[in-house]
Write a protein that binds this ligand. Structure first.
Ligand SMILES: Nc1ncnc2c1ncn2[C@@H]1O[C@H](COP(=O)(O)OP(=O)(O)OP(=O)(O)O)[C@@H](O)[C@H]1O
Ligand SMILES: [Mg+2]
Length: 245
């Protein structure tokens, strides 16, 4: 079976600026001094592939590069070096808040996201109720998103993402702010993704969910691949090496 995602030697470095000219007079004393930068290597030669139909987990401590990796897969960030290939339709949803306009209502955001994803007016019409129904936000459909709670936002974002046709879904911490009832609904959709052969990349700090749903797991640490294998082995390694120290 062809790989749905191929990541080869991907590196990404951010620059952290350090402002040396703390005092106003230093602008006059050192007018040509440039601010210095520290290099922050968020991803270092990351290589792996995800099979089509696989439920693939990414774990690692805060700042280890998980979201950066997903943003590169989504095409939001461009890697400094290396190659990324994603086959099939990529769902636009990646993490909470991305792609939403907080000044618009849920109704308008659903329309906007659906249109951007290429749905025709008729398709959008047909899906609108399903999206709203899954999110259970009917009462709040005309409220601006800036007044939504973080749980309501994630409900809406997830509901839109799964109603738009996709082959590859990238989920970054989507369940962290959803309540238990919504999490259970999401788990049911995870099971159907598996039956339908969809490819999912799932980032979460909940190791029990990794072990429950993932076929394989990648452990990132300081931007490097530390382990790749069965969820149990990788989660155990993470618990031993990283969490205990
Ligand atoms: N747009 C950006 N500009 C500068 N630095 C960034 C940017 N995005 C990410 N970084 C840096 O890259 C590193 C990895 O961040 P990333 O968000 O990928 O971590 P993460 O594994 O998703 O962490 P968390 O578990 O907290 O979500 C961090 O040091 C972060 O500061
Ligand atoms: Mg993150």
């Amino acid at each position: 079976m062809a790989a749905a995602i191929e990541v080869s030697e991907v590196s990404k470095t951010f620059r952290i600026p350090h402002e040396q000219r703390t005092f106003f007079k230093e602008y006059f004393l050192h007018p040509f001094r440039r601010p210095s930068y520290e290099r922050n290597e968020a991803l270092k030669a990351v290589t792996f592939s995800v099979e089509s139909g696989e439920f693939f987990g990414v774990i690692g401590p805060n700042g280890s590069g998980k979201s950066t990796l997903l943003r590169i897969l989504a095409g939001i960030y461009v890697p400094d070096s290396g190659r990324v290939r994603v086959r099939g339709l990529l769902s636009p949803f990646i993490e909470l808040g991305v792609g939403f306009n907080p000044e618009l209502s849920a109704r308008d955001n659903i329309r906007m996201n659906g249109t951007l994803a290429g749905l025709t007016k008729r398709e959008l019409e047909a899906k609108f109720d399903d999206i709203l129904g899954f999110s259970e936000l009917e009462r709040f459909v005309d409220q601006k998103l800036k007044n939504y709670s973080s749980g309501m936002l994630v409900r809406l974002a997830y509901s839109i993402a799964i109603q738009i046709p996709f082959d590859v879904l990238l989920l970054d911490e989507v369940l962290a702010v959803g309540d238990e009832a919504f999490q259970e609904k999401c788990f049911a959709t995870f099971d159907s993704f598996k039956e339908e052969g969809k490819t999912v990349v799932f980032v979460s700090h909940a190791l029990d969910l990794m072990e429950r749903f993932c076929d394989r797991c990648l452990l990132l640490q300081s931007g490097m691949v530390q382990a790749l294998g069965s969820p149990h082995e990788v989660a155990d390694l993470y618990r031993e090496r990283v969490l205990v120290g």
